[in-house]
Every structure is written in structure tokens, then in C-alpha cells.
Design a protein around this ligand. Structure first.
Ligand SMILES: *[C@@H]1O[C@H](CO)[C@@H](O)[C@H](O)[C@H]1NC(C)=O
Ligand SMILES: *[C@@H]1O[C@H](CO)[C@@H](O)[C@H](O)[C@H]1NC(C)=O
Ligand SMILES: *[C@@H]1O[C@H](CO)[C@@H](O)[C@H](O)[C@H]1NC(C)=O
Ligand SMILES: *[C@@H]1O[C@H](CO)[C@@H](O)[C@H](O)[C@H]1NC(C)=O
Ligand SMILES: *[C@@H]1O[C@H](CO)[C@@H](O)[C@H](O)[C@H]1NC(C)=O
Length: 781
């Protein structure tokens, strides 16, 4: 007993000691953390100013070419040092003056804190948060895509200069929004490969291109992901980690691959990320044809190939694709992989070499691709604050201009889906009381979508609307799931108001990474709330849908009581202001849907996991996207109204396009050729035509209008029923005309892909579509 008492008294002293100790530890940790998170110095190598010995290293000599420097660096490193630098949390080589570097930063629609490479602090508490990508794509404004990229990279560089962000950004997401249920559809530019390619090239250029015109160097490094055929996250328990996408060669080459190809060939992107899923039985990060063959071989990537986080662990532990971790390492590196987001390569790289499964020369190649990218970013040129972009800092983040651009992008993207005469725009002077209803009316963080950062500030829809008129508010549902709608309270304010704005839709609890939808009807009792409120309203009823993907809102489209519908995507930090701009007519809406809105019956019939783009008459499978799906839609791709109407007239288009074939070409003698190869240099040279159109703003309000040029090829090779050749957006004041010129390159734009993936030009009658205009022409030999 006595001894026990003695023990107790000792242990009762210990906690105090422990508290003191742990408090000390905590303070120390916070201080350390403080230094880390609130750091004011950037991470860089070759700090010759403070360490003159480094000047002797060839790799630190910025006057030499990248290859010479990289070769010098890699040959100085031990195998152990090498493998420690093949992962996103790269160990550096302290004896060579190379610090640790975190490769994983994100900037999908603003500098994002999703990756560990970015931190916000009191120094830079937030960055400009642009609309989620799908809404920006809806602007169909290519110059805007690039300007946003440019602003984001300026803010990223500014954050790098004070130690709060990296130089390597794993954005954009250029996967095709193939199925309306996909939780990550919001991150993409939509369902069309051409639009996605154009977005990718413009955004990558905006991120990477330097203002001093130095083409060999990078402002920041961008990354196109997730290569490839990745668009199932978690649908009815089917997980992306083990999903095997069964893709035909034809779908691969005319749907899934084109955005990646454009990223590398036209955008000169510095990186491609391989995905988690398998394609036709092979994990993408371990497929030599997809990586070394296509990205490095055919497209000649100048940069590095990185895994998703952590595709290698997934390949081994979830897919059981290889027998040992070392085999996984060897397969991926030998397939052309350079960097691992995760720790797998660092853990098992050395033993894979020692077991003879992978040669050290392959490790050197991977490391060289990574270091070449960092060299192009200036990481090995000493203090970045003494270089170009060295003056960027906190003053360059969240500037009034950047925040205004976030608002401008949102209003350019917002899509007007329905507008009964007399509904929108609302005149603020005519509205004495506006009822604002809905679980997204006070949205702030929801407006950002995923892969977000901390924004500069928020303007919620309610705040945006209240800036112009007097409002009353009821949420109507406790959250977007809307289990039980509070219908009576909402009806009460609606009945008393001159107009009603319902702000409905979803948030990341409904659709996001790792979360695909099962249904595409509005969640819970949202539709009930909308209908009941509309029923008692005496003035205009404006339904605002804030969401990533599209919905079956046929009930609202059909209801005479619901006078207008707007899709506002996830509109970013200034979303509420942009919504108000459109509702009160300060901006004439010009957004167009970058994806088809299907009826609920579509998702009841079609498995999300069926990757086929083309319909199958034998099984009744309807196909996907406007290019192949012929069934009923709620709203179609490219749909969107304005407060004006625009009229198109054809000025110039060919009746006949003759393809010059060389003497002796088999199709010259045989009339049986349905198509000809579109790779022949002789044939393709200068083979093109112009389509000129006049567009007139018939309305009373100035506005921007997007002209879509679609073509329907002859029905050979399972060709799309229709595909986008080009789009152009122009601004027109009331009653004025503009001329739009498309230069159609026959081999590039008009061609299609056959069953084996070969590029072909179809012989016969093609139909051009612009709005309601149709024009036929014949391609002949
Ligand atoms: C650089 O190399 C030269 C020649 O090898 C040597 O004499 C000199 O001491 C080195 N400088 C430093 C700062 O290490
Ligand atoms: C390593 O390189 C040698 C020589 O080029 C080659 O014969 C061998 O197959 C390579 N080993 C692996 C595992 O690729
Ligand atoms: C609308 O109101 C009418 C009469 O006030 C009622 O009969 C009808 O059921 C209501 N409809 C809905 C959808 O609430
Ligand atoms: C959908 O997938 C399930 C499970 O893989 C399968 O049993 C079913 O036949 C598929 N349905 C259709 C219409 O393809
Ligand atoms: C495209 O966006 C830019 C940048 O906001 C804007 O200046 C321009 O007017 C837009 N183009 C059209 C046709 O609306």
C-alpha cells in the first residue's frame, strides 16, 4: 500500500512535468511550423550568394543548356539520393545545396490548397478564386481561358516568392465529361474533345508562358491529367482505384486522347499525370504503349510524367497487378514514368535496382526529366527574387483587377436556359421586394467547387441581389440534400414578393471527387419546394441552379409558373455578384452549355461504367454526348439564351471540296473508296476552305454571342452524327452586324477517326450547321 502511495505521488507530479514539457514541445513545434507555414523565403537550389562553393558546380551554371546541367547533376548523385527525388516530397541533396521540394501544388481555377505545396498565411491569406472550370468553359471565350491562366500563374509565382507555394501545378483536368453522374465533371471543360483541347491549350499557355518571351523557360509548370479514359470515381461502389475502362480504339482516338495530345503538341505542357484506373486491363501508369509509346514517343513531351496520388500503391495493393512492390516500381519506370505522387518509388526504388528489375539508367532518365523541368523554372538559378518575376509578392495577389476578372468570368459563363417574355432581366426600380429562397442562396464556400483555395473574399447570391433591391430570405431546406423542405415559410415570403429567386442545386456533398451521383433529379425535396413556391408567386420566378453537372429539370422547363432558369455552375468567389449582374441586366447572358443535360431515364438505362461513346442498336445502348446520343435531352450541348436574339446568314461556303490525290492513288480509279487517309502530306497541304457568316444582333441590348460551326459527315466509320469544327464569340451592339470567318482545314478539322484509329476524310455529302442554318457540300476526289 505504502509503496503504491509513494508511486502515486510520484506519478501525480509527473503530469505537471509532462504538461510543461509538452507545452514547451508545442511552442517549439508551432514555432517550427510557423517558420514552415509563414515562411517568407522561397525554396531554391544553387544559393551561390550564401554558399560560394556551389559556384563550382556545372549544374548551377545558368549560362549552360539544360541538358548539360542536368547530366552533371545526376552523375553526382548516389542511387539512394536519386530514388529519394523521384517522389513529390523530394528529399533534395543537401550536400549539393539542393533543398527539399514539394512537387504537388494545384491551381485548377485559382491557387488551391488541395496539394501540400500551397499554404495560405497571414502574409497571403487568400488567392483569387475563379469559377469552377465547367462554368468558365461555358463562356466559350478562348482568350478568357488564357487570361485566367495568366492571372493564376502570377499569383502562384507571387506565393512561391514568399515560400507559400511551389512551381509545379497539377492542373488542368482535361478528361471528357462523358457521363452526367461523374462527380468531377465540374473540374473539366465539358463533353466535347475540341472545346476541351482548346481550353487545355489556352489555360496551359496562360500558366506557363513567360512575359519576357523566353520560350525555353516556364513561368510555372502545368500538368494535364488524368491520362487517360478516367471518368468514373465511385459509382454504386465501383471505385476508380480498381475500375478497368474498356475502351475501343476509335473512342480512344476521337474522344479520350485528343485533349492530351493538344496539351502536349499545341500547349507544350510540362507534365502529364497518369490516372488510377486501368484501360483495357492495364494500369495507365504501367502501360509502356500509353506512356513511352504515345506521350514520349509520338507526342515528344518536353517534361515529366507523374502518377496520381498514389497510383503505384493502388496498382500493387488494390489492383494486385504485380507480385512485388519492386515489380510495380520497375513496370512503371520502364513504361516511362518519371515521378511518383506518393512514397512508393522512394521506398522500393533502390531494391528494385538491386534486384535487377530496373536499370539505374532508367532512374537517371526519370530524374533528368524532373530536374530539366525544375531547371526551366529557374529553381537551379539561385534566389528567384533576383530573377525575372522576382518582384512579385503579396501585393500581386487578390488585386482589384484579378477579383474583377473572377466576377467577369462568372457572368460570361452563366447560362440562361429559359426566359419567358417579361421575366428577366428584372428592373431593380420595379422590384419593391424580392424573395430569395433556397439552400444555396447564402452559399460562400459552395460557390468555389472543389480544388479550391482560400478566396480573397466572397459575395454570396443573397448579398449580390441585396446590393440592388430589398430582399427577404428563407433557406427553404436546411441544406442542399433537402430532406424535408420548409415549404410554408418559403411560400409565405414568395406570395408577398414582387419576384422570387430560388437558389438551388448541389454542393460537394452531392457531387465531387470520389462521389458520383446515382440520380440526376434535384436532391431531396428541392423540386417540391420550387413548385410550391412558384405556385403562390405573383411575379417572375427565377430558378438559379448552382451545381457542377446538369440535372433533369424538365418539370421546371415545362412549368409556366417558373419564368426563368439559370445555370450558374460553381461560380467562384464573386458568384453572387455575377448572378445579380445577369438577373438585373447589367450583363447580357452569353454562356452556353458545355455538356448535355439528360433526362433521369438516361441514367436509369445506362451503366456509368459503359465507356462506349457510340450507340449500339443491337442492345439499345443510346451512346453518349451530343456527338453520338440521338435521344431526348432536357437541354442540349451548346444551348443558352441571351436577352437579345442573333440572326445568322451564310456569306461564303463551298459547294464542292476536291481532294487532290496523287497519280496512281487507289481511290482515283476505284469509286468504292468511302474515305481517304488524312495523313498524306501531299493531299493535306493547303487543303481547306472558308466559311463566312454574318451575325446580327436583332435585339435592344448589347451582348456577346457564340457562333458554333458543326458538321455532320456522311455516315461512314460510325462517324459522329455531328461534331464541332470551331466556335467564335463576338460582341455586338443592338442592330449591328459582325462577320465571322472560319478557316476549315480538311485534314485537321473535317476528318474523323475510323474503327482502327486512323484519321480519314469521308467522301460524299457533309452538312454544316450554324444555329438553324444548314449548308451541304460534297467532298470528292
Ligand atoms: C572551386 O574549384 C577550384 C578548382 O577545383 C578550387 O580551387 C576552389 O577552391 C573551388 N572553390 C570553392 C569556393 O570551393
Ligand atoms: C539493363 O540494361 C542492359 C544493357 O542495356 C539490358 O541488357 C538489360 O535488359 C536491362 N535490364 C532491365 C531490367 O531492363
Ligand atoms: C398550386 O395551387 C393550386 C391551387 O392554389 C393547387 O390546386 C395545386 O395543387 C398547386 N400545385 C402545386 C404543385 O403546389
Ligand atoms: C450494368 O452493369 C451490371 C453489373 O455490371 C450488369 O449486370 C448489367 O447487365 C449492366 N446493364 C446494362 C444495361 O448494361
Ligand atoms: C472574352 O473575354 C475577355 C476578357 O474578359 C473580354 O474582354 C471579351 O470581351 C470577351 N469576348 C466576348 C466576345 O465577349
Amino acid at each position: 500500500m505504502a509503496s503504491q502511495n509513494a508511486k502515486q505521488s510520484v506519478s501525480s507530479v509527473l503530469p505537471c512535468f509532462r504538461i510543461v514539457f509538452s507545452c514547451f514541445f508545442l511552442i517549439h513545434f508551432l514555432f517550427f511550423n510557423d517558420k514552415l507555414v509563414f515562411a517568407q523565403t522561397p525554396v531554391y537550389a544553387c544559393d551561390v550568394a550564401n554558399n560560394p562553393g556551389l559556384a563550382n558546380y556545372t549544374f548551377c551554371d545558368s549560362s549552360l543548356d539544360v541538358k548539360t546541367r542536368v547530366d552533371d547533376l545526376v552523375k553526382r548523385m548516389t542511387l539512394q539520393e536519386k530514388v529519394g527525388n523521384l517522389v513529390d516530397g523530394a528529399a533534395g541533396v543537401s550536400r549539393l545545396g539542393i533543398p527539399k521540394y514539394e512537387w504537388w501544388s494545384e491551381a485548377l481555377h485559382g491557387v488551391s490548397s488541395t496539394g501540400p505545396g500551397v499554404h495560405f498565411s497571414s502574409l497571403i491569406p487568400g488567392a483569387t478564386s475563379f469559377p469552377q472550370v465547367l462554368l468558365t468553359a461555358a463562356t466559350f471565350n478562348e482568350s478568357l481561358f488564357e487570361i485566367i491562366g495568366k492571372v493564376v500563374s502570377t499569383e502562384a509565382r507571387a506565393m512561391y516568392n514568399v515560400g507559400l507555394a511551389g512551381l509545379t501545378y497539377w492542373s488542368p483536368n482535361v478528361n471528357i465529361f462523358r457521363d452526367p453522374r461523374w462527380g468531377r465533371g465540374q473540374e473539366t471543360p465539358g463533353e466535347d474533345p475540341m472545346l476541351t483541347s482548346k481550353y487545355a491549350v489556352a489555360y496551359v499557355t496562360g500558366l506557363q508562358q513567360r512575359d519576357d518571351g523566353d520560350k525555353d523557360r516556364l513561368k510555372v509548370a502545368s500538368c494535364c491529367k488524368h491520362y487517360t479514359a478516367y471518368d468514373v470515381d465511385n459509382w454504386k461502389g465501383i471505385q476508380r482505384y480498381t475500375f478497368n475502362a474498356l475502351v475501343t480504339q476509335q473512342d480512344m482516338d476521337d474522344t479520350f486522347q485528343p485533349p492530351f495530345k493538344s496539351c502536349v503538341l499545341d500547349g507544350n505542357v510540362a507534365s502529364v499525370m497518369c490516372s488510377y484506373n486501368q484501360v483495357n486491363g492495364k494500369p495507365t501508369c504501367g502501360d509502356p504503349d500509353l506512356l513511352a509509346g504515345i506521350i514520349r514517343g509520338e507526342w515528344n513531351l518536353n517534361g515529366y510524367i507523374v502518377t496520381d496520388c498514389d497510383s503505384l500503391d493502388v496498382m500493387f495493393n488494390n489492383q494486385h497487378y504485380t507480385n512485388t512492390p519492386e515489380e510495380t516500381v520497375a513496370l512503371s519506370l520502364n513504361s516511362g514514368l518519371d515521378l511518383n505522387c506518393g512514397t512508393f518509388l522512394a521506398k522500393y526504388g533502390e531494391s528494385a535496382v538491386n534486384k535487377g528489375l530496373v536499370n539505374e539508367s532508367v532512374i537517371d532518365r526519370a530524374l533528368s526529366n524532373n530536374y530539366a523541368t525544375l531547371m526551366r523554372l529557374g529553381f537551379f538559378d539561385g534566389d528567384p527574387r533576383k530573377q525575372f518575376y522576382g518582384n512579385l509578392g503579396p501585393k500581386d495577389v487578390c488585386t482589384p483587377e484579378n477579383q474583377e476578372l473572377a466576377r467577369e468570368a462568372a457572368r460570361q459563363g452563366i447560362v440562361l436556359l429559359k426566359n419567358t417574355p417579361g421575366s428577366l432581366p428584372l428592373s431593380p426600380s420595379a422590384i419593391k421586394s424580392l424573395a430569395v429562397i433556397g439552400p444555396n442562396a447564402q452559399a460562400t464556400h459552395t460557390m468555389l467547387g472543389n480544388y479550391e483555395g482560400t478566396p480573397c473574399k466572397y459575395v454570396s447570391p443573397l448579398q449580390g441581389l441585396s446590393a440592388s433591391v430589398s430582399t427577404v430570405f428563407q433557406a427553404g431546406c436546411s441544406d442542399v440534400s433537402c430532406g424535408t423542405a420548409q415549404v410554408d415559410e418559403a411560400k409565405k415570403i414568395a406570395a408577398a414578393a414582387d419576384a422570387v429567386v430560388l437558389v438551388m442545386g448541389s454542393d460537394q456533398s452531392i457531387e465531387t471527387e470520389g462521389r458520383d451521383r446515382v440520380d440526376i433529379t434535384l436532391p431531396g425535396q428541392q423540386a417540391l419546394l420550387i413548385s410550391e413556391v412558384a405556385n403562390v408567386s405573383k411575379g417572375p420566378v427565377i430558378l438559379v441552379i448552382m451545381s457542377g453537372g446538369g440535372w433533369d429539370v424538365q418539370f421546371a422547363k415545362d412549368s409556366p409558373k417558373i419564368t426563368s432558369i439559370l445555370w450558374v455552375g460553381f461560380p467562384g468567389e464573386a458568384g453572387g455578384a455575377a448572378i445579380a449582374d445577369v438577373i438585373f441586366g447589367l450583363y447580357n447572358p452569353s454562356g452556353r452549355l458545355p455538356m448535355t443535360w439528360y433526362p433521369q431515364s438516361y441514367v436509369e438505362k445506362v451503366n456509368m461504367t459503359d465507356m462506349h461513346m457510340r450507340p449500339d442498336p443491337a442492345t439499345g445502348y443510346p451512346g453518349r454526348t451530343y456527338r453520338f446520343y440521338k435521344g431526348v435531352t432536357v437541354y442540349e450541348f451548346g444551348y443558352g439564351l441571351s436577352y437579345s436574339t442573333f440572326q445568322h446568314s451564310l456569306v461564303q461556303a463551298p459547294k464542292v471540296v476536291s481532294v487532290p490525290l496523287e497519280e496512281g492513288h487507289v481511290c482515283r480509279s476505284s469509286m468504292k473508296c468511302k474515305s481517304i487517309d488524312a495523313v498524306d502530306e501531299h493531299m493535306c497541304k493547303n487543303l481547306g476552305f472558308n466559311v463566312h457568316l454574318r451575325v446580327k444582333n436583332m435585339g435592344k441590348i448589347s451582348g456577346s454571342h457564340t457562333v458554333f460551326l458543326f458538321s455532320s459527315p456522311p455516315s461512314v466509320h460510325n462517324a459522329p452524327q455531328k461534331h464541332l469544327l470551331g466556335f467564335q464569340k463576338l460582341h455586338l451592339t443592338p442592330q449591328t452586324e459582325g462577320l465571322v470567318k472560319f478557316n476549315v482545314d480538311v485534314c485537321k478539322h473535317l476528318s474523323l477517326v475510323d474503327e482502327l484509329g486512323n484519321k480519314k476524310v469521308a467522301i460524299g455529302d457533309h452538312v454544316l450547321h450554324v444555329g438553324d442554318l444548314k449548308h451541304s457540300f460534297t467532298v470528292r476526289i
